[in-house]
Design a protein around this ligand. Structure first.
Ligand SMILES: Cc1cc2nc3c(=O)[nH]c(=O)nc-3n(C[C@H](O)[C@H](O)[C@H](O)COP(=O)(O)OP(=O)(O)OC[C@H]3O[C@@H](n4cnc5c(N)ncnc54)[C@H](O)[C@@H]3O)c2cc1C
Length: 406
């Protein structure tokens, strides 16, 4: 049986390797080489897995598919696969990287295995259309026709690309009758529309970001936040961005309340500041705040609180103290949008998981058509979860595409 894997990314490469155990496999990639995106992952170091594979790190309109893939057996299989093809893991806080310190090692190991399994690679072949005729899939780039028994569609998402050529994969799935859950950027920066952004631009600080839909609390993340001229960035922001994007798209008001003093675990910050003032309470406020707040950020918060930076803490009224303390812990920022797809690490949305057999990755609409990777409506948090899903889904599609029990 001949299987075509469309897309030579993380999911497609793993799918092709597993499918090659029982089948002739043709790996079709529009670029001049495969695995280009893998090279930019994890800042060039490729965070390819996480010890904590809890499904709470994944997002989908329906979680059954990821739940079904994320078994102990499948996780062990992925880890032993990477060891077998030569990757020694370096595990930092649960994040897996190749010990070599470079994403190139993952790409090279996968490509050498592709070669070892005699998988035929067709680079520079941009699939424009796939039809099914008499149990055969007819693949076309507008010039050359490739005819195969089965297809694994692993064309990825719109994330990171400046053009929308990755749309073709979604369009093919749509043409075969699949619903595409609306594609939105995820793991992406959040935008606001505030004059003070120019003043806080460039500040990095630890914080807790709390996401709100209208007045309802949704989710918190803690970590380093980067304050920018368009809004906020950083891993903790990325991890709430997918939900924020979907809420905005649904027409909700979205707010992020930022806690700039995450180290304070008490419940009365005014008291804490009062105690601090016993020795240095005569200082001007911007000097008083130095030591736990970046001075540029202190200026922004004083300005937003409408409090004169030349006053001292001891000169403030109780309501001014309360307002200031509240703005350190609950700095409210209205979110107006996200940065565009090319700035996003992944997309949320994609092929509806309810239309995919969760044990095999085969389409429930078109027999012989399989899906793997980010084209599917599953996205994960930062931390190796997206490559993790690409590998789990790719492996499952690859194993099952050639299952002669079909
Ligand atoms: C900057 C950045 C950093 C990231 N860091 C991490 C990280 O550290 N850890 C992590 O887990 N995830 C990370 N990700 C996310 C991760 O890279 C993706 O989730 C993963 O690569 C998805 O794999 P995929 O195979 O589904 O898609 P892709 O890797 O995008 O592969 C799809 C392939 O299909 C090809 N293709 C598309 N359409 C066609 C067509 N019509 N014809 C032929 N070929 C086609 C594309 O050229 C591409 O090679 C990062 C992403 C970015 C952008």
């Amino acid at each position: 049986m001949t299987v075509a894997v469309i897309g030579g990314g993380a999911a497609g490469l793993v799918a092709a390797i597993y499918a090659s155990k029982n089948n002739k496999v043709i790996l079709i990639e529009k670029n001049e080489q495969c695995a280009k995106k893998i090279l930019v992952t994890g800042n060039g170091k490729c965070n390819y897995w996480n010890t904590d594979q809890n499904i709470s790190h994944y997002h989908s309109r329906n979680m059954d598919l990821i739940e079904s893939l994320n078994t102990e057996n499948n996780r062990q299989e992925i880890l032993s696969f990477f060891e077998k093809i030569g990757i020694v893991p370096l595990i930092k806080n649960g994040y897996y990287y190749p010990y070599s310190g470079t994403a190139t090692s993952i790409k090279t190991a996968l490509m050498l295995e592709v070669k070892k399994q005699n998988i035929e690679i067709k680079n520079n072949y941009f699939v424009k259309d796939i039809k099914k005729e008499n149990d055969q899939f007819i693949i076309s780039d507008g010039n050359e026709i490739i005819s195969v028994d089965k297809v694994i569609l692993a064309t990825g998402s719109l994330a990171y690309y400046k053009d929308d050529s990755a749309n073709i994969g979604y369009n093919i799935a749509k043409k075969f009758g699949h619903e595409i859950v609306k594609i939105l950027p995820s793991l992406v920066q959040l935008q606001g529309n505030e004059k003070y952004f120019k003043d806080w631009m460039g500040i990095r600080c630890n914080s807790i970001v709390n996401l709100y839909q209208d007045n309802d609390y949704i989710k918190s993340e803690e970590g380093e936040i980067l304050l920018t001229d368009y809004g906020i960035s950083g891993i903790c922001v990325f991890n709430i961005s997918g939900i924020a994007a979907r809420l905005l798209d649904d027409g909700h008001d979205v707010f992020v309340n930022i806690n700039f003093v995450p180290w304070y675990k008490g419940n009365n910050f005014v008291n804490w500041l009062d105690e601090r003032s016993t020795y240095i309470g005569e200082r001007k406020l911007d000097e008083f705040l130095e030591g736990f707040l970046n001075y540029k950020l202190a200026h922004v918060i004083l300005k937003v609180s409408n409090i004169d930076k030349n006053k001292s803490w001891n000169e403030l009224s109780l309501s001014e103290k309360n307002m200031l303390a509240n703005n350190f812990i609950n700095f409210s920022l209205k979110i107006t949008g996200t940065n565009s797809f090319d700035k996003a690490q992944v997309c949320s949305g994609g092929v509806n998981t309810l239309e995919i057999n969760k044990d095999t990755m085969e389409s429930l609409i078109v027999p012989g058509l399989y899906f793997a990777g980010e084209i599917i409506d599953v996205d994960g948090d930062c931390g190796g979860y997206n490559l993790g899903f690409a590998f789990l889904s790719g492996m499952t599609a690859g194993i099952n595409v050639g299952d002669l029990r079909d």
